[in-house]
Design a protein around this ligand. Structure first.
Ligand code: PLP
Length: 445
C-alpha cells in the first residue's frame, strides 16, 4: 500500500494497490482480496468486468485493423457506432464526433457551440453559462465550464468564469422559500444572468442532468430543465447536456435528459459508452447545427489523432449491443429503485446521513453533523475519505463526491455499481455499506 512507484497517481487517489483481474461486479487485487465495485470505478464500468463478448469483439477488430487516421479514412465500426448512437439519441441529435475522454467531449461541445454562432454571423456569442457544483472535465475549456472549486483552484487565473448559476440542489435549495416551485426561480436567475451579460455574448448553457462528482447524484426538481430550456429558446442560447456520467443507461434511461423530455442541442458522452473497456467518448450534435456548418465553412475544427479509432469503436459497439441484448438499462432502473430504498433505510438508522438521492444506479449519500440543521462536518474531519476507507476494508468500493456547499465543504459519496447488478448483489452491497457506516459512526463518536 502507498508504495512509491514511477506512475504518477492523478488527483486524490486512494492508492489501493494493484488489481489483477475483474469479473462481473467484482475486482480482485494481487494480494487475493476481492472488492464489490460499488461505484463502477469512476461510474464507468457499466456492464461489469471481464465480459467475454467485449474481449472477443476486441480481438476480431484488432485482427482486421486497429488504427486508421480519421482525416484519411473512416471504418465500418466507427460508422456503425455513430449510426447506433444517433438512432438511440433523442430528437435530432443525429451527428456524432468521436474523442477519447469526457473532457474532450465537453471541449468539442464548447467549440462546436461557438462555431455555430460564428457560422451564423454572430461571433460575439462565445461565452457559456454554467452552474456551481458541476464538473465537466479537467482540460482548460472543460474546467472553465466546471463549478468545482477544488479542481479549479490552482488554475483560476487561466480559466473563464463560466459558472455563475446556483445548482438545483433540493437538499440545500437556494430558493427554498419557493420549493417545490423553485424551478421558476432558477430559470429567473438564469434569465437575469443572460440579461446582465447580454444575450448576444452567450453561446450556450451547460449542465449535467444529474450532478455527479461535484455534488453526488443531485437530481433537479421536476420542471427545472423545461424552465431552463425555455430561457435558452427565448434568448437564442444552445443547450449542452453533459451526459458523460449519466449517459448510456446509468440513470435507468438511455439518456438522462429523457427523464424530463428536454432535447439538448449538443450532448456529451464518455464513461459508460465504452464501459471502461477502452478510452472513448463522443459529442452528439443536432442536425440543425451540422446543417449550418455544412452551409458555412463545412469544417468542424476539432479532433485528435485517435478520434474515431476503429478498435475503440468496435469495443463501444460491442458494449452497446450487450446493453441492448441483456436489457441493462431496464435493470439499472429496477436495481436502482431497490438500492435507493435500501439507502433510505440506512438513513433512518444513521443520523449522520442527511440525504440520500439519485436516479437509476446513480445514487449518493450525504453526511451531516446534525440532520436537523444540515450542518456539514468540518473538512478537516475527512468524513468522506474515512467512510470510503471503511467500505474498502469491508471489500466495497464507493466514489467520492465533493458534497454540498460548492465543493468546499460537505461530505458525499456516490454509490453507482455496474448496471448489471442483481437484486441479491444489491443486498450484499447494502450490508457492506451498513458495516462501513457502523465503523464510521463508532470512530466519530
Ligand atoms: N463530465 C462529467 C459529468 C464527468 O463526470 C466527467 C468525469 O468525471 C467528465 C466530464 C470528464 O470526463 P473524463 O474524466 O473522461 O475526461
Amino acid at each position: 500500500m502507498n508504495k512509491r512507484t514511477h506512475l504518477i497517481k492523478p488527483l486524490l487517489g486512494m492508492d489501493y494497490g494493484v488489481i489483477s483481474h475483474g469479473k462481473g461486479i467484482y475486482l480482485y487485487d494481487e494480494e487475493g482480496n476481492s472488492f464489490l465495485d460499488g461505484c463502477s470505478g469512476a461510474v464507468t464500468a457499466n456492464i461489469g468486468h471481464g465480459v467475454s463478448e467485449i474481449t472477443e469483439a476486441m480481438v476480431n477488430q484488432a485482427n482486421q485493423v486497429s488504427f486508421v487516421y480519421r482525416s484519411q479514412f473512416t471504418s465500418s465500426s466507427a460508422e456503425e457506432l455513430a449510426e447506433r448512437l444517433a438512432q438511440s439519441a433523442p430528437g435530432d441529435l443525429d451527428w456524432v464526433f468521436f474523442v477519447n475522454s469526457g473532457s474532450e467531449a465537453m471541449e468539442t461541445a464548447l467549440k462546436i457551440a461557438i462555431q455555430y454562432w460564428q457560422e451564423l454571423g454572430r461571433p460575439t456569442k462565445n461565452k457559456v453559462i454554467s452552474r456551481w457544483m458541476s464538473y465537466h472535465g479537467i482540460t482548460m475549456g472543460a474546467l472553465s465550464m466546471s463549478g468545482h472549486v477544488i479542481r479549479r483552484s490552482r488554475f483560476t487565473a487561466m480559466l473563464e468564469q463560466y459558472p455563475t448559476l446556483s445548482p438545483p440542489y433540493c437538499y440545500r435549495c437556494t430558493f427554498k422559500d419557493h420549493c417545490p416551485n423553485c424551478s421558476k426561480q432558477y430559470a429567473l436567475e438564469f434569465e437575469r444572468e443572460v440579461q446582465r451579460l447580454g444575450a448576444d455574448t452567450i453561446a450556450a448553457f451547460v449542465c449535467e442532468p444529474i450532478v455527479g462528482a461535484a455534488g453526488g447524484a443531485v437530481v433537479p426538481p421536476e420542471t427545472y430543465f423545461k424552465e431552463m430550456k425555455a430561457v435558452c429558446n427565448r434568448y437564442d442560447i444552445l443547450f449542452i447536456a453533459d451526459e458523460v456520467m449519466t449517459g448510456i443507461g446509468r440513470t435507468g434511461k438511455m439518456y438522462a435528459m429523457e427523464h424530463w423530455g428536454v432535447v439538448p442541442d449538443i450532448l456529451a458522452l464518455g464513461k459508460g459508452m465504452s464501459a471502461g473497456y477502452t478510452p472513448m467518448a463522443a459529442t452528439l450534435v443536432s442536425d440543425r447545427i451540422i446543417q449550418t456548418i455544412e452551409r458555412g465553412s463545412k469544417i468542424v475544427l476539432s479532433g485528435h489523432t485517435f478520434s474515431a479509432n476503429p478498435l475503440s469503436a468496435s469495443i463501444c459497439l460491442a458494449v452497446f449491443n450487450y446493453i441492448k441484448k441483456h436489457n441493462v438499462v431496464e435493470n439499472a432502473e429496477k436495481s436502482g429503485a431497490i438500492l435507493l430504498r435500501g439507502l433510505e433505510n440506512l438513513k433512518s438508522i444513521y443520523p449522520i446521513i442527511g440525504d440520500v438521492r439519485g436516479r437509476g444506479l446513480l445514487t449518493a449519500i450525504e453526511f451531516v453533523q446534525d440532520p436537523l440543521t444540515k450542518e456539514p462536518f468540518p473538512l478537516q474531519n475527512e468524513v468522506t475519505n474515512r467512510f470510503i476507507r471503511k467500505c474498502y476494508e469491508e471489500g466495497l468500493l464507493v466514489y467520492t463526491a465533493a458534497g454540498g456547499l460548492n465543493g468546499v465543504a460537505g461530505d458525499a459519496v456516490i454509490v453507482a455499481p455496474p448496471l448489471i447488478i442483481q437484486e441479491h448483489e444489491v443486498q450484499i452491497l447494502l450490508d457492506k455499506l451498513n458495516k462501513g457506516l457502523t465503523e464510521l459512526v463508532s470512530e466519530l463518536a
